[in-house]
Every structure is written in C-alpha cells, then in structure tokens.
Design a protein around this ligand. Structure first.
Ligand code: ARG
Length: 263
C-alpha cells in the first residue's frame, strides 16, 4: 500500500514535471525559433589541422579561411559558426546536413563539382614537394620509385596517385597533413606532397634548414572555394555576394597580407 502510493506519487510528480517541461519547452522553442530564423547561423566544417588556413589555437579555430569566410559573411549579411571536422568524411557532412559549408582549403575540382557546389574561388594554390636536405627531390619524376606521404583524398594524393598508380604501396596516405609531414620528418618516407601554403608553413615552423621544397612545372594552379550541398543556390549566392564585396573593398587583400600571401 505504502509502496503503491509512493509510486503513484512519483508518477504524478513526473507527469506534472514533464508537462511543465513540455510547456516550458513550447514557450522557449517558439521564442528561439523566431530569433533563429532572424539570424540563422550556417554551420561550417573545417579540418583545423591545416595551418595557416585553419588550425586550433587554444580551443579556437583560426586561420586564413576562417578570416575570409567570416569577412564574406559579414559583408554578405549572414552568420557562420565553425566546427572542427575531420577531412575524411568532411564532404559527407554537406550531404547529410550536419554542415552547410565546408571551408577547408578545398580545391575546386571537376570531380568534386559533380557532387557539390562551390562558391567563387578566393585563393590560388599549387602542389608542393617537400623532402629532406641532402636527399632532395625536386620534380615529380624524381619521385617515381620513392615513398611519398600525402593527406588522404586530397589533390596532393591525386597528383601522386596519377604518377605512381592508385594502389602503389609507396604512397602513404594519412588522415591529416601534420601526420604526413611528421612521417617525412621521421624518415618513414622520402617526400611529402601537399598544398604549398601548408608545406611552407610547416617548413618555417620546423627548422627551415632541414627541408627542401619544390614545385614541379607540371603542377596546376588550384583554386580554393567554399563547398556546399549541391543545389543550395541560395547560400551560394550569399557567399558569392560576400566574396565579391570583400574583393572589391580590399578586405580580401588585407587578409592575404596578414598571412604573408601578398605584400
Ligand atoms: N586543397 C587540397 C584539396 O582540396 C587539400 C585540402 C585539405 N584541407 C584540409 N583542411 N585538410 O584536396
């Protein structure tokens, strides 16, 4: 009897509490949905292990891409929030709606354009070979029978795969660029191939003298763009509008100077 009463009491209590929460929930969701739609924040995925484009700096994501997209958003009148997102699978987050934008030094390629939309380009890059002093490799041809580290599923991976063959065991693929460069440092590979800006930043902060960098004359110019879910023309327009504005205002130049990309 005692027990049953207790249970009933608990049950009633829970129900009242539940209803209270439900009501409170309703109230707050109404208010917050009004504010949300007024200032919708686009969620941006970025693999923040790619200095100087995106890197973690005491819990905060910082870098060139962050500055460019933040400035474009401000100029274009929309809000963005950045979420550290591993490169492997980063594009899937656009498909499943976890992210609205991928801002991660992404090269606009024909292959990717089949599945995703892109903003207008905001930066030019190229692949770069980095090897160790005294055991240096300066052209793609020099690398034919060498062990090479790349970040998995990047344009660097593509360039090396074309040369050596996709399944060549001499290609060592890493989930992020710091791991690929560490492998070179540790002597596990003869060279690494990756985006010039990131390679140069690494060499600068890891003892300039120990590494040699080179750009093969066959390496194409790559354009970085912000990637979007295919068909998201509304956001694409906003992005392009913002990018155009910061190009015209000189803001993009200013950011380029801040990172030493322009004088
Ligand atoms: N630009 C190269 C590509 O698009 C590498 C980008 C890697 N970005 C990163 N944050 N890890 O394939």
């Amino acid at each position: 009897m005692m027990k049953k009463n207790w249970k009933t009491l608990m049950l009633t209590g829970t129900m009242i509490l539940g209803m209270g929460l439900f009501t409170a929930g309703c109230g707050s969701s109404t208010t917050s949905s009004t504010t949300n739609s007024a200032e919708k924040e686009y969620v941006v995925g970025t693999d923040a292990s790619y200095a100087p484009f995106e890197a973690m700096n005491s819990e905060k994501i910082e870098g060139f891409d962050i500055d460019v997209l933040s400035a474009a958003a401000e100029a274009g009148g929309f809000k963005v929030t950045f979420k550290n997102t591993p490169w492997d699978g980063i594009f899937l987050t656009l498909k499943n709606g976890e992210r609205d934008i991928v801002a991660s030094a992404v090269t606009i390629t024909d292959e990717r354009k089949k599945e995703f939309d892109f903003s207008d380009p905001y930066f030019d890059a190229t692949q770069m070979i980095v090897s160790k002093k005294g055991k240096e490799f300066k052209t793609l041809n020099d690398l034919k029978d060498k062990k090479i580290a790349v970040q998995n599923a990047t344009t660097g991976d593509e360039v090396v795969s074309k040369l050596l063959g996709q399944d060549n065991p001499n290609i060592k693929r890493f989930e992020n660029m710091p791991l690929a460069l560490l492998e070179l440092k540790n002597g596990g590979v003869d060279a690494a191939v990756g985006d010039n800006g990131v390679v140069l930043e690494y060499v600068k902060s890891n003892g300039n003298g120990d590494f040699v960098t080179a750009v093969d004359s066959g390496f194409a110019t790559e354009n970085y763009g912000f990637a979007l879910k295919k068909g998201n023309t509304e956001l694409q327009k906003k992005l392009n509008d913002g990018i155009k504005k910061i190009k015209d205002s000189g803001k993009l130049d200013e950011i380029n100077k801040k990172y030493g990309f322009k004088k």
